[in-house]
Design a protein around this ligand. Structure first.
Ligand code: ADP
Ligand code: MG
Length: 445
């Protein structure tokens, strides 16, 4: 069941292939794995707090929305729905906080956050089956004891529990959950794992695209959302995080969804909370304390996972760090306000781009981050139609977070499972969907 549709026939569920995966589980330091789980509820709390803090979002994104049209359009919808007044008091967040294991000069490793994905965080479904695959591989190799050490992991169920809770609080037995899906749905089986968990609980699920919402979605007088005559309780976005998704009609569909009484996962404020610019501002001394007053321990746990992050806004601070990165590009990653992999710049390319934009307002649409340098390990990356060879690999650990808030009360706040993705070291960037990383299972050491 760890499957994907093929690139050649991306609309067919009859012709499928296995999703790319490592032949063997990868070693992960137990202490860092436990640290990542222990900080997840804090990050849920933080994302939720940011999403309710208009002043912080406004200030933080002010410079970005002047130069980044996509963030600006999202922000405009955010302001528009606030002005009208929100029709729903229930909020559902599903996020995934991603980390790498940074290797210091003295050989010690540290957990460093890469980013937190607050919209359409994927692979919670397929990864729920990966441990079984690796358990089997280890048994075939005669490693029965090692096979029994692999941890159970079921994010699909955890995510579905969050969606089910939001559905229940919406309070209409006949209302459905709508997965807002892509035009091309190669990763449909990942979504099906979550969907099936909802059907098990007798919750109806429909799958629709932005285009369908534009054509057939409507709101009634109290802003209840209807699709093809069915009332929608929860909208779960698996799409909507890249500019290419949106033509004028799809922007209108997005606005309709945001204005509606349906619970949005995420609402537009929470999507904005996941921007790279917000991440960079969070690392400033004092910001976490301001956002979460009265939570000093949570603040300390989160801060311990932060890598160096730097603003490229106009001014002395930005000038200084830009010059530093141009002089020593191998130390940094240059990131635009984009999601989905393959957008970041490294090395010589980073140097050239930064050199070109260092005196232009465009610089503000990027942030800089310290480059994390994990210790590579050998593994086999299995991909359909690719020869099998041993590769030097590095891994990225993701922890899924789920929370539900009703008014001011957090009624659910959980870490819902993990995802390990591994890639060959020659690729600086890119996830599983981008064809670079593959699914993996942590073997704790
Ligand atoms: P996206 O939103 O496109 O997923 P990420 O910030 O997660 O953006 O970066 C994409 C990929 O680039 C990551 O999965 C990781 O492999 C690599 N990457 C990002 N930031 C760093 C960093 N600071 N150090 C090393 N690699 C990084
Ligand atoms: Mg990422």
């Amino acid at each position: 069941g760890v499957l994907m549709r093929t690139g050649e026939q991306p609309h067919s569920s009859d012709v499928v292939n296995y999703a790319p995966f490592t032949l063997l589980p990868s070693a992960v330091p137990r202490a860092l794995f436990e640290q990542a789980y222990a900080v997840q509820q804090d990050f849920n709390l933080l994302v939720d707090a940011i999403s309710q803090n208009k002043e912080f979002l406004e200030q933080t994104l002010a410079s970005t929305i002047k130069v980044d049209d996509f963030t600006a359009r999202l922000f405009r919808i955010y302001m528009q729905v606030l002005e009208e007044g929100l029709a729903q008091t229930v909020f559902l967040g599903i996020n995934r906080s991603d980390y790498m294991f940074d290797c210091g000069l003295d050989g010690t490793t540290a957990l460093k956050q890469i980013e937190i994905n607050t919209i359409a965080a994927s692979f919670g479904g397929l990864t729920s089956r990966m441990a079984d695959v690796h358990r089997l591989v280890l048994k075939v190799l005669g490693k029965t004891k090692e096979a029994s050490c692999l941890l159970p992991n079921n994010p699909a169920k955890g995510l579905a529990l969050g969606i089910a809770k939001a559905w229940e609080l919406y309070g209409s037995q006949s209302a459905v959950v709508m997965f807002l899906v892509e035009e091309v749905q190669r990763n449909i089986f990942d979504q099906r794992c979550v969907e099936n968990e909802l059907w098990k609980r007798n919750i109806r699920v429909i799958r629709r695209r932005f285009r369908d919402v534009f054509e057939k979605g409507s709101l009634d007088d109290s802003r209840r959302l209807y699709m093809d005559g069915q009332e929608v309780a929860v909208v779960y976005y698996r799409e909507g995080y890249v500019p290419q998704t949106y033509d004028q009609q799809n922007w209108e569909a997005r606005l309709l969804l945001e204005r509606s009484r349906a619970v949005k996962c995420p609402d537009i404020a929470t999507q904005l909370a996941g921007t790279k610019k917000v991440q960079q501002e969070l690392s400033r001394p004092g910001t976490l304390e301001k956002l979460l007053p009265g939570h000093p321990e949570a603040v300390a746990r989160m801060r311990a996972t932060f890598a160096g992050l730097y603003s490229l806004d106009k001014g002395e601070e930005g000038d200084k760090i830009a010059a530093k990165a141009i002089a020593d590009p191998e130390r940094f990653v240059l990131k635009p306000q984009r999601e989905g992999g393959g957008n970041n710049l490294y090395g010589e390319e980073l140097r050239q781009v930064l050199e070109n934009i260092k005196d232009s307002p465009e610089r503000t649409s990027y942030i800089l981050m310290d480059k994390i340098k994990p210790q590579p390990a050998q593994n086999y990356l299995l991909r359909a139609h690719s020869p099998l060879q041993v590769s030097e690999c590095i891994s990225e650990l993701g922890i899924f977070g789920v929370y539900v808030r009703q008014g001011q009360e957090l009624v659910l706040n959980e870490a819902a499972g993990h995802l390990l993705r591994t890639k060959a070291i020659e690729h600086a960037d890119g996830g599983v969907a981008a064809g670079v990383a593959v699914l993996d299972t942590p073997y704790l050491v």
